[in-house]
Each structure stands twice: as structure tokens, then as C-alpha cells.
Design a protein around this ligand. Sequence first.
Ligand code: TYC
Length: 102
Amino acid sequence: MTESNNEAVILTQGKNKLKPPPMYKILLLNDDFTPMEFVIDVLKIYFAMDQEQATRIMLKIHTEGVGLCGIYPSDIANTKVNQVIEFSRKNQHPLQCVMEEN
Ligand code: TYC
């Protein structure tokens, strides 16, 4: 057996100590100014929801104050939060999007 094959045997026999990555919830917050249709567009564009799902989540945020958009690893969650905030500010809406460890 070659040296590299011996290494492979040792590595596969060792206890696998890899933990799954920490995951982050992305939440949208309600406000009095952002149009409902704009929030639905955000959910469709950035969170791959269809019209029905996006409408249901938007109404949940509207009535309860906060709603879950998705759960992602930290780099993806960060990117999405920044994209949603940039898209909202470019359209002059105060929509708030935050992430928290799951
Ligand atoms: N409350 C807003 C309105 O009545 C709609 C809204 C829903 C805003 C969800 C933000 O995250 C939000 N136009």
C-alpha cells in the first residue's frame, strides 16, 4: 500500500469531529410604510417563494410583526440580508431584514 493510501485509512478510521456549520434565521420585520407588494417581491426574488407562499409570509409579518424567510449558513445569510436591505433602500422603503443564530 502506498503512503497516501495509509493516510487515507488512518483518516477514515479516526472519529469524525466535523460539526455542521452554525445556521442563521433570516427575519423580515413589519413597518407601516413598505408596500405589501414590495415585501412579496422580496420574498419571491431572494427567498425563492411563489406568489402564494410569499403572500402568506408577508401577511404573517404584517399581523405578527416578524416572520421567518429562511435558514442559511452565515455567509449566505449575510449576503441575502445585505441584498434585501440594498434593494429596499434603492426603492426608498424602510424594510428591515435581520439574521439571528438558529
Ligand atoms: N405593514 C405594511 C403595510 O401595511 C406591510 C409590510 C409587511 C411591511 C411586511 C413590512 O416586513 C413587512 N403596508
